[in-house]
Ligand binder design. Sequence first.
Ligand code: ADP
Ligand code: MG
Length: 206
Amino acid sequence: MDAAGIDRWIRAFATAVAENEGMLTRLDSAIGDADHGSNLARGLKAVLAKLDGSPPEGPAALLKQTGMTLVSSVGGASGALYGTFFLRMATAAGATDALDQAGFAAALRAGVDGIVARGKAEAGDKTMYDALAPAVDALDAALGGEDFAGALRAAAAAAAAGRDATTPLQARKGRASYLGERSIGHQDPGATSAALLIAAAADTLG
Ligand code: ADP
Ligand code: MG
């Protein structure tokens, strides 16, 4: 994956968030403060403006710019968390013109680890981590074969399953945790956007 591949991925994520902005905000209105869709859409619009303006060279610089832009343009937990994700991915990618499959998987895992370092989420807390953790596990498990596209599709399927599995959970992190048992029965907005992120990778990087 060279910078053009990462650029395609981020643009596909931005498109998916724009298309699903209303749905993400609706989910956040049930167990949060009704801003997840607008938060991410605003942040990704700023990211796209930078990509269109002066796209940095190399995957790491592009990921870093994306992370910095999200941190600075998105209020709310998700700006810091997605921002950290891309910044950690950038660090893990290092100075290379193109990541190979294992390098991409390792960078993705480093990004997810960054979200944990920042937000302290554990599995089952009903957060974006519940979609991302099974996705990186599925990607690693499927890696090494010929079929990277298939490995990414497996990761996207795992993220979607993780997203769906947040519905019966009680939130233990973030705003939704303030609701206690009333958070049960609602799909987590951040897990929903995280599944869009992995689906975008499967659509563009395979
Ligand atoms: P805010 O909660 O500040 O309004 P958003 O609405 O944009 O921010 O994002 C909410 C999402 O952020 C939640 O659905 C959840 O997935 C995720 N989230 C919140 N806190 C954490 C955390 N500590 N670790 C991981 N994800 C979290
Ligand atoms: Mg919110």
